[in-house]
Each structure stands twice: as structure tokens, then as C-alpha cells.
Design a protein around this ligand. Structure first.
Ligand SMILES: Cc1cc2nc3c(=O)[nH]c(=O)nc-3n(C[C@H](O)[C@H](O)[C@H](O)COP(=O)(O)O)c2cc1C
Length: 255
């Protein structure tokens, strides 16, 4: 059994390679009972600011897992900042005993810092990393991937940086432009119902946004941008193995 969260498909691709029928966290989180029992239970999620997304944290807090082997695989794009150690700490706070956490370097979908055209051209040897993780999981290896003092320092620096920004700045990143034609794809790929169509145009509703950028990357018109400068506003990303339809199935909160 494996659960996943995804904005642009990286984590869904990994989840699909680790499990035949991975379960979407934005869908399952609405169940009244979050009790799961299996021989092996995993979480696949992107790294956001060296941690897991808020919705994944909420799921970990509320769910009860009965298993002898709980694992996490965290996808990241550039600097994991000790994500494995931070995730382990968080799980322990939730009463979850973790057997294995690893990180996997993939395309970085963080638009302020990275050009998506460039990201798609860089070979990060995802298949090689994945083969090693699959080997570990088949062997039920017990390990938390290594975290260095530099990683911890990077996280401290990041915390210092965000402490200077207003609390709601993460909720004010999305900007819908006049190029919106009201196709509604952004509404369908949003895992937190933070975009709705009104009078034939997309409207962003802050408050519960996960900042996954699924809307921004999936918009066929490139009509969704950010309120902060982007490295390349003309380039968008989706994992090459994952379709828009799969992101919609994973995230849609309609109906
Ligand atoms: C809000 C946000 C924060 C991110 N923070 C980090 C980070 O701290 N370190 C990093 O290496 N990548 C970071 N990334 C990049 C993603 O972790 C990476 O691209 C991930 O594989 C995306 O997974 P997905 O395609 O399943 O959404 C961030 C991306 C977003 C959208």
C-alpha cells in the first residue's frame, strides 16, 4: 500500500513504480476513517522547503497505520535540506515508527528559481536512483538517508529566510492573468479546491493552497503565473510519464 501527493507528476510516477495501485492523499484524506493495515505502507511526496507538503502532514497526523514496515520516498529537485531527517522527526511526533526514508532527485518544478525547459534537459538518473530504492524496499531495508551538517545549515537558513516573510505570503503566490479562457483544467488539477471557475474565468481562493503549482504548470494557455518573478514564465513542466488526466484523477476535488 502506498499513498502519494503530486503537483506535476514526479511523485505520482515514483509511486506508480513502487506500488500497483497507489492512493492519492488529496482523495483519501476526505474519508472519515483513516485506518490502514498492510504488510508495507509507503508515502511518496515532493519536498517543499525541505519538508513534506501541508496536506501530507495533515494526513500523517490524522491517519493510523498498522504495519511492520513504513517507508517514505521524497522527490526533490535541487537541495533536500535534510528532508529525510525532518520527515522522520515529524512522523515520530505523529506516533509513526518509520523503517525507511529516502530522497530522489528529479526535475525541480519551483518556478521562481528554475527554467522548466532546462530542467527537462538535465539527466538526473532517476531510473538509477529508483532501481536502488526498489532494491532497498524489496529487501525491507531499514535506513534513513544520510543528512549532513550542510543540509541542516541549509534548512536553518531557509527557516530564517521565511521567518522574515509575512505568514500568508505562500497563499499569495498564484496570479491568474487575462489570458485565461476558462477551460477549467486548473480547477481540476488543484488538490485543495483553491481555484474555481466564475463567469467563465478561473478565480484563485487563498487559504488552503498547497503551493504545488499544479494549476500553473497544467494551464494550456500559460495564463497562470506567480506574483513573484519566474525564471522562465513561458516554460511549464509535467513529468514525461504522467498525463494531465492522471493529475486530474489524483487531485480533482470536484464531485
Ligand atoms: C512549493 C515548492 C517548494 C519546493 N521546495 C523544494 C526544496 O526545498 N528543495 C528541493 O530540492 N526542491 C523543492 N521543490 C521542488 C520539488 O520538490 C520537486 O520538483 C518535486 O519532485 C515535485 O514533485 P511533483 O511533480 O510530484 O509535484 C519545491 C517545489 C515547490 C512547488
Amino acid at each position: 500500500m502506498a499513498f502519494y501527493f503530486t503537483g506535476t507528476g514526479n511523485s505520482l510516477y515514483i509511486a506508480k513504480r513502487l506500488d500497483n495501485r497507489p492512493i492519492s492523499i488529496p482523495q483519501v484524506i476526505h474519508q472519515p476513517q483513516l485506518e490502514f493495515a498492510a504488510d508495507k505502507i509507503g508515502i511518496v511526496a515532493p519536498v517543499y522547503g525541505h519538508e513534506v507538503p501541508t496536506m501530507v502532514k495533515d494526513f500523517l497526523k490524522r491517519a493510523r497505520f498498522q504495519t511492520d514496515y513504513f517507508y517514505m520516498v521524497l522527490t526533490y529537485g535541487n537541495r533536500h535540506g535534510g528532508a529525510a531527517e525532518l520527515a522522520k522527526q515529524f512522523c515520530e511526533e505523529c506516533g509513526i515508527t518509520v523503517s525507511y526514508i529516502n530522497v530522489i532527485l528529479m526535475a525541480d518544478n519551483w518556478l521562481p528559481s528554475f527554467d522548466m525547459e532546462e530542467q527537462q534537459q538535465i539527466d538526473k538518473d532517476v531510473e538509477g536512483q529508483l532501481a536502488s530504492i526498489l532494491h532497498d524496499l524489496n529487501a525491507r531495508k531499514r535506513m534513513i538517508s544520510e543528512v549532513t551538517e550542510n543540509d541542516r545549515a541549509a534548512h536553518r537558513q531557509f527557516l530564517q529566510f521565511i521567518s522574515q516573510a509575512p505568514d500568508d505570503s505562500w497563499q499569495n503566490l498564484i496570479r491568474i492573468t487575462d489570458s485565461c479562457v476558462g477551460c477549467g483544467i486548473c480547477e481540476k488539477v488543484c488538490p485543495s479546491a483553491s481555484i474555481h471557475l466564475k463567469d467563465g474565468k478561473a478565480v484563485y481562493i487563498p487559504g488552503n493552497c498547497q503551493t504545488c503549482f499544479a494549476c500553473t504548470h497544467a494551464c494550456p494557455q500559460k495564463a497562470i503565473g506567480l506574483t513573484v518573478p519566474e525564471k522562465n514564465p513561458h516554460a511549464r513542466y509535467r513529468n514525461e510519464h504522467i498525463s494531465v488526466q492522471e493529475i486530474i484523477q489524483a487531485n480533482s476535488q470536484r464531485g
